[in-house]
Design a protein around this ligand. Structure first.
Ligand code: TRP
Length: 320
């Protein structure tokens, strides 16, 4: 069976190397073999904040990042929530298939509530996973490349699909999660890599910005560079980053650096990252915002056609 692949991101800022090795590289590979939908999940931005903020800017940046890393709009359908009203129409019947208790038990939602700075938790916080089920099911997605935090949402999508099929006849395939095999990249300070923590190298970072970020990375005082995740997590993480960029084993890189210390390590990392980002920067520089808008308009149109068909099937199955 040929899988239909769907995945997406919230447009909240530029993507970084953690996103690249964690998911973008995989998408670029998958588009060769499967129909691929890439969702700019703009309505999800207002789950954990009150207003969408600079949503247009962030949407364009995300799109440029996608195109720069090689997601090919001739193969992949790149689209956004806010352009597909049928997703909202699917949300309503889908909501009837899940209980309030089930919505309240979602561990990712609970975690987001615990870390939220919002004064009140909105109804959307509990129901967006059902909207996300519509994201996956409208195109009859069967394979969803996601990180671990998204697994509870995938369970909601499976639950919705299963119950819909039981009540109204089989319309939806059950989607499966696809977990990345890559080692998790941490930020340059050893914490979770995140743009808001200032410890991430954006795909759009310049050579100088990259050098400055790596210069500021945390290391340790031992001059002999070794790859030891347990005892030297920061050094190991830098070696992992250089290894991913060069397609080489981090332990081997450590042996080559030997007693060159943090200075040599950082030089190796900076060169590896800059070399790796060079073609991505070049493609990005060649793209205009008008190109990005055209790509999105075309993707939205294609996704919408697909959504209209599925919504019609749903209406017929339900007897409306
Ligand atoms: N919730 C995802 C995130 O925060 C984004 C997303 C929205 C998504 N819809 C999706 C991911 C559908 C996979 C499938 O990153």
């Amino acid at each position: 069976m040929n899988d239909v692949v769907l995945t997406g991101d919230r447009p909240t800022g530029r993507l970084h190397l953690g996103h690249y090795f964690g998911s973008l590289a995989n998408r670029v590979a998958l588009q060769e073999r499967h129909p691929l939908y890439v969702l700019i999940a703009d309505y999800q931005v207002i789950t954990d904040r009150d207003v969408p903020g600079e949503i247009r800017r962030h949407t364009t940046d995300l799109l440029l990042d996608y195109l720069a890393v090689g997601i090919d709009p001739a193969r992949a359908t790149i689209f956004q929530h806010s352009a597909i009203p049928e997703l909202n129409q699917l949300l309503l019947p889908f909501l009837s298939l899940v209980s309030v208790a089930e919505l309240g038990r979602n561990p990712t939602v609970k975690d987001e509530i615990a870390h939220s700075s919002q004064r009140a938790v909105s109804g959307l916080m509990f129901t967006y996973p059902v909207h996300q089920a519509a994201d996956i099911l409208f195109c009859k997605g069967t394979l969803v490349p996601v990180g671990k935090d998204q697994l509870p949402h995938l369970e909601v999508a499976r639950l919705v699909a299963r119950r819909f099929n039981e009540r109204y006849g089989v319309v939806f395939p059950l989607p499966e999660a696809m977990m990345g095999a890559q080692p998790l990249l941490k930020g340059l300070d050893g914490g979770k890599m995140s743009k808001s923590r200032g410890n991430a190298i954006a795909l759009s970072a310049t050579e100088d910005e990259t050098a400055a970020l790596v210069r500021g990375a945390r290391t340790d005082a031992d001059r002999l560079i070794t790859y030891d995740e347990e005892r030297r997590p920061e050094v190991a993480n830098l070696l992992t980053l250089a290894g991913l960029c060069l397609g080489r084993d981090p332990g081997e890189l450590a042996a080559e650096i030997g007693d060159g210390g943090a200075v040599t390590l950082k030089r190796v990392v900076t060169e590896a990252v800059n070399e790796f980002l060079r073609p991505i920067r070049k493609r990005r520089a060649e793209l205009t915002e008008a190109d990005a808008r055209t790509v999105l308009a075309e993707g939205n149109e294609r996704a919408r056609e697909r959504a209209v068909r599925t919504l019609e099937e749903v209406r017929v199955a339900m007897g409306f």
